[in-house]
Design a protein around this ligand. Sequence first.
Ligand code: SF4
Length: 452
Amino acid sequence: MSSAFTPKVGFVSLGCPKALVDSEQILTQLRAEGYETAKSYDGADLVIVNTCGFIDSAVKESLDAIGEALNENGKVIVTGCLGGKKDASGEDVVQKVHPKVLAVTGPHALGEVMDAVHLHLPKPHEPFVDLVPPQGVKLTPTHYAYLKISEGCNHRCSFCIIPSLRGDLVSRPIAEVMLEAENLFKAGVKELLVISQDTSAYGVDVKFRTGFWGGKPVRTHMTDLVRSLGALASQYDAWVRLHYVYPYPHVDEAIPLMNEGHVLPYLDVPLQHSHPDVLKRMKRPANGEKNIERLRAWRAVCPDITIRSTVIAGFPGETEEEFQHLLDFLREAQIDRLGCFAYSPVEGAAANAIAPAVPDPLREERRARVMQVQEEISRQRLQAKVGTKMRVLIDQLDRNGAVARSAADAPEIDGVVYVALPYDPSRTLAVGEFVEVTVTAADAHDLWARVD
Ligand code: SF4
């Protein structure tokens, strides 16, 4: 254990980008109050584990991580989605398995986590507030960062337990979101990834209240946010990418802004299925029948737009005919980037009660059929980019060249652009640099390119 004069906190961060943002906020607060972060369990006076409770494998990973922290260190505070979860008998899942944890909170609970830290590891007398960089502490590489604009969700999709874990939608004030974005750009962030459970619903909970940014009124609304972020990004020559956008009519207003430059022509639209009856059983927001028209209209306004989506195969009750509808939809929609999950029952989700369940092997088979169809679509769409010029952002460098991403590639979930080292040895490349390239080859996922 380290000296009590400079209290050190170990941190384990699991889960999705939204959980990552929670981790960043906790780490920022710890640093603001003078705590240090320990790199190992035995160098820490206390360990915080930020958990994920979305699917069963994530629950197991989180419980294992808590067990490891207890064994290695002994003083453990648990936060995150699993922390908010109860079992069928109403007992706290974490406390039941690991009764020795010091405290358990749900997600997005900065105040509660800090209260628990103060209780078990009192804060130093003179907080080194000036140690905190204005952008906070980031866990992502410094050239890109996630910007969480709201927490929770007003929908009740039957396969999802996020609303019961995180509650209804709570939008962050627009001025606060813009200030965080500005601090991130000032700190050198070149790509901002806007996240939430439902980005298109931003501001619904506060009736699109008007806030102020740069001395001007701005509504707490997706269109105003996108416009303001785009204008800010252009001052810093940076990108803004939108995730988790539902195809509501007002999203149409954001598409022309993508033609103006700094808001990337990229929309992550989680459609989940195409058949109206399946969508009804899923209790999905937004109308499945109009989705093809909407995608067409977006492409007419912004021909370069990249559409990313996810779908679920083998949802309870899915018939072969409904599944075929999904395959036909995908062939017609020509979605650029697609993730497909075989339905996996999440404990506590209403969909588990829908009959008949699709047998496990059939769910997997359908997932494989979706991916086969999508692979061909993706191969053709990427092939059409060979010979074109594009701007890419460099993520990594190695001896052979750079791994970069274009406007069409979100970090971690999409493909990449492999950039060959320039012939001219005086032309060096750097992580976080934008580079103009020409695409030389493609497969079904990635591109290869040379520096112009
Ligand atoms: S929109 Fe549906 S899937 Fe997404 S968080 Fe809300 S309830 Fe869950």
